[in-house]
Design a protein around this ligand. Structure first.
Ligand code: FDA
Length: 391
């Protein structure tokens, strides 16, 4: 079997690349070992797919070379993808922080991509396993469970390692290594963080409690929801900070980001001092959390019994809680993989390997990782589109 372009991985990046390449008149075959295309799109955004963000900025992407992603992100922007979504008649809404979601279902995005692929004549082969790829000096051969496929351009769009249960593999990294491309060390990102038993003893009772928090680590900080879990912490602020957190790092957490606890308690004391210090704090933060914080500080009695220093200490504990996670929940639950194919060896305009003509890497397999909030899909669309113009 032959095609001018073979794309391995029918996810967000692979399908966008297939559409663009076939639109240019290239014969395109996209293959995947999964039985259906776009499985991660289907489950994304709680089933509604946070397909892009209105506020695409370079500082929302992590990479050893943060400028690498700019060219593709500027050539195929969030507005270009929104125009595609609008043209398909898919209604959407902004949830928060510029995050755009389908009104109805993530399946609408998959149907849109399938429609485009059909219109431009992309051949789709699913349920195929790839044994390996080789290059004979002029063309590539992809050895698959349904025979060899020869192509001029080979696009690796096989994603990262997150959610192995859904078919994620390290395949793309192996191909990169086979052709001598370096890999920036990979690790799970946008992932819940876990505590050691000692910390869990303090926080286990809080599982299910959520607050609006500000979480900082290594000069990054995020003000979003935080959720206590049976294993540690989750919620958007924690998923975001997980991309910046490394082994041994401490998180600083403001558990009441939109309050001034000392001022509020002192005001309350002058008005209703005859309530317990725990109940007073529970008017500002969730009751279970108030109970844990108050017992940690050792304060007892009513609010009226507390002097300014005691209230300042309590406020300090709420606004500057420090905690050292021991790890993360790993690829099992991570939304993305940090690291990947080193951008230094890829052409930023085309995604082609500098040392191997005809070999392209797009999407999550590349060392470009977005924040939570539609940034990772935008990278998949933009890098897929860029390669689609060049293959
Ligand atoms: P993707 O992983 O989508 O596709 C890779 C494809 O390659 C898969 O279909 C896989 O089966 C195939 N493949 C892998 N190995 C293969 C092999 N050896 N042979 C053949 N095929 C192979 N992002 C965002 O911006 N907004 C959101 O709402 C969400 N939500 C979200 C929820 C959850 C639960 C997860 C896990 C992730 C998200 N993300 C997200 C992240 C987003 O899903 C991710 O960044 C993109 O899907 C990456 O697109 P790619 O096309 O690069 O890889």
């Amino acid at each position: 079997m032959k095609a001018q372009v073979v794309i391995i991985g029918a996810g967000a990046a692979g399908m966008m690349c297939a559409i663009e390449a076939a639109r240019r008149g290239r014969s395109v075959l996209i293959l995947d070992h999964a039985k259906t295309v776009g499985e991660k799109i289907r489950i994304s955004g709680g089933g509604r797919c946070n397909f892009t963000n209105l506020d695409i900025q370079p500082d929302r992407f992590l990479s050893q070379n943060p400028r690498f992603a700019l060219s593709a992100l500027k050539r195929f922007t969030q507005w270009d993808f929104i125009a595609m979504v609008d043209a398909a008649g898919i209604s959407w809404h902004e949830k928060t922080l510029g995050q755009l979601f389908c009104d109805r279902s993530a399946k609408d995005i998959i149907a849109m991509l399938l429609d485009h692929m059909e219109q431009v004549g992309v051949r789709v082969k699913l349920g195929i396993s790839v044994a390996g790829v080789s290059h004979n000096g002029s063309s590539f051969t992809v050895a698959t469970s349904s025979g060899d496929i020869e192509c001029e351009s080979l696009v690796i769009a096989s994603g990262g390692k997150s959610i192995p249960k859904m078919g994620a593999t390290g395949f793309g990294y192996q191909v990169a290594e086979q052709f001598g491309l370096p890999i920036v060390a990979t690790r799970p990102a946008l992932v819940p963080l876990t505590f050691a038993e000692q910390e869990l003893e303090q926080t286990r009772a809080l599982a299910g409690t959520s607050v609006q928090a500000n979480v900082s680590c290594n000069a990054a900080n995020f003000s979003e929801g935080l959720l206590f879990t049976h294993r540690g912490l989750s919620g958007p602020s924690i998923l975001q900070i997980s991309s910046y957190w490394g082994d041994g790092d401490t998180l600083e957490v403001n558990l009441a980001a939109s309050n001034d606890v000392a001022v509020e308690l002192k005001t309350m004391r002058s008005e209703t001092g005859r309530i317990s210090i725990k109940n007073a704090l529970a008017r500002i933060i969730p009751e279970k959390l108030a109970s844990v914080v108050v017992s940690e500080t050792g304060l007892v009695g009513n609010l009226a019994d507390q002097n300014n220093t005691a209230l300042d200490v309590l406020a300090q504990r709420v606004h500057h809680w420090t905690i050292k996670p021991v790890g993360s929940e790993g690829y099992r639950t991570a939304e993305v993989t940090l690291g990947g194919v080193d951008t230094d060896v890829l052409n930023a305009k085309t995604m082609e390997a500098k040392n191997m003509q005809g070999l392209y890497f797009i999407g999550e397999v590349v060392d470009v990782t977005g924040w939570l909030g539609g940034y990772n899909f935008q990278w998949a669309w933009s890098s897929g589109w860029a390669a689609g113009q060049a293959v």
